[in-house]
Design a protein around this ligand. Structure first.
Ligand code: B12
Ligand code: SF4
Length: 484
């Protein structure tokens, strides 16, 4: 007699690209694979538990559609990712799910769940469990417990209810050997739906993200350290193998090597670059990554260039030293300028991340940041509005100072200016409207410069790219007229 194994459905909730980026910018946002869920699914499969994934944004299906699907084939467990601005949609989704499958157990995880586990359990009665931090082991133990129908054993990294009250279990220690975690189960995802952002239109087609390391030792005030503070990386061998599989399965010619800061460990970075060259991957695949200017030097940049790196994203954040110090960025403006020059000299394109509306920032200082971006002149510049995400020192500080304007989590969107959303924090001396407009003005001011026309004309390598740039130009010109 075979025993029916408990079945899990993992859900990336519907959070439309328009809600995230607003009407004008919706065509420039990425639909990327929900890797967290794909890692959980891979570990469930490894432990012989049946699992499927519903990626609602990629499939463009809403909560009603999801509930209908679950009613047709009811699972035993539903697992959902919750980032802060998805709070509202998740609240609606779990209600609908329990209406059609009342006995299903619902577990949530992700950055918002990890930051506010007890609050989630109190606010949303349909949620049974909350996973805190990395979920690969926690989900297995939870599924095993639900299957056994025994009394609840305390599971590390899990929050639950006891006598109607939320209880947060002991913390789960993060895995030190990342190679023990199986590669994400991409075969469960609608791979044909994932697209490139405009910043990656160097090639055509699918550009996957590969997590090569987890954790970051730095102290940026606005960061929630979702993977903790110790930098742990996969072995070079595992990374190379994973890229080879992606090449043979999906015919990729570009990839994003994701780590909070890829360059934090020089020895690892150089070994990875050597491996990419030795196996000839640098000839087939071009890659992008994220770095900090204080963790990189000429030797590393040259090795990265030789290994196929074509773009690095640097978090500059501000053009005002006073503000960089407030957010504990630990970098100097001169250092940023120097590394930008060096990176360009070596021939790697740059994407710069800039934040507007940092604590105590004045409008004059916002413009200093915008002008600093123009002076640095990366290929791409992204200006986001400072959002105090729960779980960050910034959130705790502003909450203590009574400076948080709203706890409506739907407003916790870094693209609030373009999406026309209320803001949880605005520095004194600025209005919500002024900060929202600044986000648009920054982009208009950065991109509508004659030197950019020439730069982007040179980059047109397909009709698709041409169409995207033209669309971008139209939006910038339209907004220039509207916000002046
Ligand atoms: C790459 C990235 C992106 C990419 C792609 C994300 C994607 N693939 O979906 C882009 C640029 C598109 C993006 C967009 C946004 N992002 Co983002 N992003 C990241 C980044 C750098 C890595 C995410 C990742 O791939 N992690 C790898 C996987 C393995 O981890 P994971 O998803 O967290 O999953 C693990 C655990 O969380 C847990 N888990 C997750 N879900 C579940 C569910 C269950 C049931 C269980 C048991 C466990 C569990 O287990 C997983 C495996 O260990 C993180 C920072 C970070 N280091 O995590 C920010 C981060 C997740 N992003 C963040 C935000 C805010 C956003 C946006 C909302 C920004 C906005 N517009 O306002 C959007 C929303 C995108 C969306 N999904 O709809 C915040 C979230 C903060 C918060 N409190 O919500 C983070 C933490 C960065 C930060 N500011 O600190 N992002
Ligand atoms: S460098 Fe990046 S990941 Fe590290 S603390 Fe700063 S924002 Fe977070």
């Amino acid at each position: 007699m075979s025993i029916k194994k408990i079945r899990t459905v993992l859900i990336n909730p519907y959070f439309s690209i328009q809600d995230r980026y607003g009407k004008d910018m919706k065509n420039f946002g990425a639909i990327s694979e929900p890797l967290g869920l794909a890692y959980l699914a891979a570990n469930l499969e490894k432990n012989n538990y049946p699992v499927s994934i519903i990626d609602a944004p990629a499939l463009n299906i809403n909560n009603i559609d999801i509930a209908r699907q679950l009613k047709e084939e009811p699972p035993d467990i539903v697992g959902i990712t919750v980032l802060t601005p998805m709070h509202g949609t998740v609240k609606d989704l779990v209600k609908r799910i329990k209406e059609v499958v009342p006995y299903v157990k619902i577990i949530v995880g992700g950055a918002h769940a990890s930051a506010l586990p007890a609050e989630l359990l109190s606010e949303i009665e349909e949620i049974d469990y909350v996973c805190i931090g990395e979920g690969e082991d926690t989900i297995i133990e939870t599924v095993k417990f639900i299957e056994s129908e025994k009394e609840f054993p305390e599971i590390a990294g899990l929050a639950y209810r006891k006598n109607g009250k939320a209880v947060v279990g002991k913390p789960r220690l993060a895995r030190t050997n990342l190679d023990e975690i199986p590669s994400p189960a991409r075969h469960l995802l609608p791979m044909e739906k994932y697209n490139l952002t405009v910043s990656k239109t160097k090639g055509v087609g699918y550009c996957p993200t590969l997590i090569v390391a987890r954790g970051c030792p730095f102290d940026c005030y606005y960061c929630s350290h979702p993977f903790g503070r110790s930098f742990r990386h996969h072995s070079v061998e595992r990374i190379l193998n994973e890229i080879k599989v992606l090449i043979s399965k999906y015919n990729i010619d570009q990839i994003n090597l994701e780590a909070d800061t890829l360059t934090v460990n020089k020895k690892f970075l150089l070994a990875l670059c050597r491996g990419l060259v030795k196996d000839g991957i640098n000839e087939k695949v071009k890659w992008t990554c994220e770095s900090r200017v204080d963790t990189i030097d000429a030797e590393m940049l040259q090795a990265m260039k030789d290994a196929g790196c074509w773009q690095i994203s640097y978090g500059v954040e501000s053009g005002v030293q006073r503000l960089l110090d407030i957010i504990s960025k630990g970098e100097k403006l001169e250092q940023i300028e120097e590394v930008f020059k060096l990176t360009k000299k070596i021939g790697i394109a740059i994407r710069g991340f800039f934040m507007l509306g940092l604590p105590t920032e004045t409008i004059n200082e916002s413009w200093q940041t915008i002008n600093f971006a123009k002076k640095l002149d990366p290929l791409w510049a992204q200006f986001t509005i400072t959002i105090p995400y729960p779980g960050t020192p910034l959130f705790n500080m502003l909450k203590k100072q009574n400076e948080i304007k709203t706890y409506d989590w739907n407003c916790y969107n870094t693209w609030a200016g373009w999406a026309g959303r209320q803001l949880p924090y605005v520095p004194h001396g600025m209005t919500v409207k002024q900060l929202q407009d600044l986000q648009k003005k920054a982009m208009v001011s950065f991109y509508l410069r004659p030197r950019n026309f020439i730069k982007f004309l040179k980059r047109i390598n397909s009709f698709k790219t041409f169409k995207k740039y033209l669309q971008g130009l139209f939006i910038l010109v339209k907004n220039r007229v509207n916000i002046n």
